[in-house]
Write a protein that binds this ligand. Structure first.
Ligand code: G6P
Length: 609
C-alpha cells in the first residue's frame, strides 16, 4: 500500500527521502509528496504520478531540510491528486504522513470543522494533522500531542508527524500498519518498510502495536499506548538490495520470473532432510505438532490464495488430510467452525496483507491453537504473530504481479504436504518418489524457462484481444486462475478461469474466435477428460493455446496452437505450468506497452482492508 519514509539528521535529507520513496514505490504509486523542515520553515512538494515526477519538481535541492517526511500513495479516500497526496498539514505547523484507514474520519472531520479547521483534501488522513494541531494547544510536546490524537482514531495507522516549532524531531505511531526505525550515527530514520532504509542502516527496531516513538538525530525513545517507556528489540538486517537493479532485464517481473530456479534452490536449501522433513522444513516443534494435525485451514489473498488452492489438492491427495482454503477477507467476516486439531496456515509474500493478518488474529481468538505462516519477510507482522513459520527465502520481490513468490509458496506447501504425510506414516515408496522429485524441482523449472521465445512469439496474437479464458482441471484449475490473474493484472485484458468441466454450464456461450482459450494440459489422469473439453471449445469455433506435456499427442488443427512443456511428475505440474503462463502475461503486456512492474490501480503490499 502507501509507503512512508522519514529522517532527522544533521545533513540535508531530501535525497535520502527520495531514494527511500523510490524503494517503496512498488507499494503505491499514484502520487507522492514530501515535507522538509529547516529553520522553523516547512517546504512541501506534492505531485501526482510516480516519485520521478516529484524528484523533477524538487529541482536543485536548495532548501537543505534536515528533518523531513515523505510518502508515496495508493489512494483509498479521495482520488489521486496533488491535494490528496501526503504530507497533510495543519495551520503550517504540523505535517503528517499516514498509511492505513481512519474509519471514524467523518465524525472527526465534522467536529474539527465546527472548531474552525479547514480541510483541503478528501482524505481520511487529514484529520490526523488537525487533531495533533488541536492537541498542541495544550502541550508543547509533539509526543504527547500525537498520543492524544491517536487515542481518538478508529482504524489503522502507521504515521509520522513533525512540528514546525520543534526542530530535529519526528514522532511515529503504529496501529495496524507496520513502522520500522532505522538507527544511524547522529541521524535516525523511520519507514513503513525496512527496504526504504536499506541503504542507510543495518540496525532496525520494529514498532509494536500501539507504540509511539520520539525520534531525534541522536536519540530514540519508544513508548507504549499508555505512554510508558518500553524497550523494543534492535535487529540487524544487512540487506542492501538495490531495488533499482534489474540485472539487465527490462522489468523486475521478467527478472523475478528468471530468478525462480535460484529462489527454489534457496527455499529448499538445508530443508531436504528426508529423515525428518517436518523438523528440517518447519522447525523443532513441527514433528509433534504435524503428527497430531487432523485438518488444515488455509487463508490468504490474491496469488497467495491460489497457492493455497493448489495445496488443498496436494494435502488431501498425498497427505490424506482434509483441507479447506478461504480468501482472508471472507474468512474474517463470517462465523466459521473451528475443527479440532486443525493447523491454521496463512500464506503471504509480504506478511503484512491486512486481511490475512486480521484473519490470523481472529483465528487465534476463536480457538485455532496452531498457526503456521508461509512468508517471505522475516520481520513481518504475520511471522511475528504465528507459532510456526516457513521463511520462503525467495529474495525481495518488486514486481507488483507476484511470480517467484508464488512458486516458492507452492514449494513450501509441497514440503508441508510431505512433512504431514511422513508424520502420518505414509507409504515409504511414495515418499521416496516424492523426495527424488523434489530434489530435481529447481532444475526442472530451469528447463521450462526455455519455452520463453516460443511464448514471446505467440503473445502477438493476444494484443488486440479484450477477453481470454483459462481452463484447467484438478490442481491445474488454480493454476488457470493464477494465469488469468496475471494476464488481467499487467495487460488489462479481462481474463477468467474455469474448471474445464464447468465449460458447459455457462462459459461455452462466450466462445468465438475473438476470445482466446488457454488450456493447461499436463500428462495426468484428467488428461482425457480435458481433451474432451478441448473438443467442446473446438466444435464452437474457439481459438486455443494448449500448454501440453511434450509426451502427449495432440492432433494439430488450425485453431489450436500446442506449446510443448517438459514432462514432469503430475504433482509438480502446478509449478511447471505456472512458468509459461507468467511469461505469456509478461509478453502480452510488453506488446501492449503497459506499466508491467507497477500496473495501474494496484499495489504490492495491501496493508488496508
Ligand atoms: C496484492 C499483490 C499480489 C499478492 C496479494 C497478496 O494484491 O499485488 O501480488 O498476491 O497482494 O499479498 P501477500 O503479500 O499477502 O502475498
Amino acid at each position: 500500500m502507501c509507503g512512508i519514509v522519514g529522517a532527522c539528521a544533521q545533513r540535508s535529507v531530501e535525497e535520502l527521502l527520495l531514494n527511500g520513496l523510490q524503494a517503496l514505490e512498488y507499494r503505491g504509486y499514484d502520487s507522492a509528496g514530501l515535507t522538509l523542515l529547516a529553520h522553523q520553515t516547512f517546504k512541501t512538494f506534492k505531485e501526482t504520478g510516480k516519485v520521478a515526477r516529484l524528484a523533477a519538481v524538487l529541482g536543485e535541492g536548495t532548501f537543505a531540510g534536515t528533518t523531513g517526511i515523505a510518502h508515496t500513495r495508493w489512494a483509498t479516500h479521495g482520488k489521486p491528486s496533488a491535494v490528496n497526496a501526503h504530507p497533510h498539514h495543519s495551520h503550517d505547523r504540523v505535517a503528517i504522513v499516514h498509511n492505513g484507514i481512519i474509519e471514524n474520519y467523518m465524525p472527526l472531520r465534522q467536529r474539527l470543522q465546527q472548531a474552525g479547521y479547514i480541510f483541503v483534501s478528501d482524505t481520511d488522513s487529514e484529520v490526523i494533522a488537525h487533531l495533533i494541531h488541536a492537541s498542541l494547544a495544550h502541550t508543547d510536546s509533539l509526543l504527547e500531542a500525537v498520543h492524544t490524537a491517536v487515542a481518538e482514531l478508529i482504524g489503522t495507522y502507521g504515521l509520522v508527524a513533525i512540528d514546525r516549532h520543534q526542530a530535529d524531531t519526528m514522532v511515529a505511531a503504529r496501529s495496524g500498519s507496520p513502522m520500522v526505525i532505522g538507527h544511524g550515527i547522529g541521524e535516525n530514520f523511520i519507514a513503513s518498510d525496512q527496504m526504504a532504509l536499506a541503504a542507510l542502516s543495518s540496525q532496525f527496531t520494529y514498532l509494536e502495536e500501539g507504540d509511539i516513538a520520539l525520534i531525534q538525530p541522536k536519540s530514540i525513545a519508544i513508548f507504549d499506548d499508555a505512554l510508558q517507556p518500553v524497550v523494543r528489540k534492535q535487529v540487524e538486517i544487512d540487506a542492501k538490495v538495490s531495488v533499482q537493479d534489474k540485472a539487465g532485464f527490462r522489468h523486475f517481473m521478467l527478472k523475478e520470473i528468471h530468478e525462480q530456479p535460484h529462489a527454489l534452490r534457496q527455499t529448499l536449501r538445508e530443508r531436504l532432510d528426508f529423515s525428518n522433513l517436518a523438523r528440517a522444513a518447519f522447525g523443532d516443534q513441527a514433528p509433534a505438532l504435524l503428527a497430531g494435525v487432523e485438518h488444515v485451514q488455509i487463508v490468504a489473498c490474491g496469488t497467495s490464495y491460489h497457492a493455497g488452492l493448489v495445496a488443498q489438492y496436494w494435502l488431501e491427495d498425498m497427505a490424506k488430510i482434509s483441507c479447506r482454503v478461504e480468501i482472508a477477507s471472507e474468512f474474517r467476516y463470517r462465523n466459521s467452525i473451528v475443527p479440532s486439531n486443525c493447523l491454521f496456515v496463512t500464506i503471504s509474500q509480504s506478511g503484512e496483507t491486512a486481511d490475512t493478518l486480521e484473519a490470523l488474529r481472529l483465528a487465534k481468538k476463536i480457538g485455532y491453537q496452531h498457526t503456521l505462516s508461509i512468508c517471505n519477510v522475516a520481520t513481518s507482522s504475520i511471522v511475528r504473530e504465528s507459532s510456526l513459520n516457513y521463511m520462503m527465502h525467495a529474495g525481495t520481490e518488486i514486481g507488483v504481479a507476484s511470480t517467484k513468490a508464488f512458486t516458492v509458496q507452492l514449494t513450501g506447501l509441497l514440503l508441508l504436504t510431505g512433512a504431514i504425510a511422513q508424520q502420518h506414516h505414509c507409504h515409504e515408496a511414495w515418499f521416496e518418489q516424492y523426495s527424488q522429485a523434489l530434489k530435481q524441482l529447481p532444475q526442472i523449472i530451469e528447463n521450462v524457462l526455455n519455452v520463453e521465445q516460443s511464448i514471446a512469439d505467440l503473445a502477438e496474437d493476444f494484443s488486440d484481444k479484450q477477453h481470454a479464458l483459462f481452463l484447467g482441471r484438478g490442481e491445474q484449475y488454480p493454476i488457470a486462475m493464477e494465469g488469468a490473474l496475471k494476464l488481467k493484472e499487467i495487460s488489462y485484458i479481462h481474463a477468467e478461469a474455469y474448471a474445464a468441466g464447468e465449460l458447459k454450464h455457462g462459459p461455452l456461450a462466450l466462445i468465438d474466435n475473438n476470445m482466446p482459450v488457454i488450456v493447461v494440459a499436463p500428462n495426468n489422469e484428467l488428461l482425457e477428460k480435458l481433451k474432451s473439453n478441448i473438443q467442446e471449445v473446438q466444435a464452437r469455433g474457439g481459438v486455443m493455446y494448449v500448454f501440453a506435456d511434450q509426451e502427449v499427442h495432440f492432433d494439430c488443427i488450425d485453431s489450436m496452437k500446442v506449446i510443448r512443456i517438459p514432462h514432469c511428475e503430475p504433482w509438480l505440474a502446478p509449478l511447471v505450468y505456472t512458468i509459461p503462463l507468467q511469461l505469456l502475461s509478461y509478453y502480452v503486456a510488453l506488446i501492449k506497452g503497459t506499466d508491467i512492474d507497477q500496473p495501474r490501480n494496484l499495489a504490492k503490499s495491501v496493508t488496508v482492508e
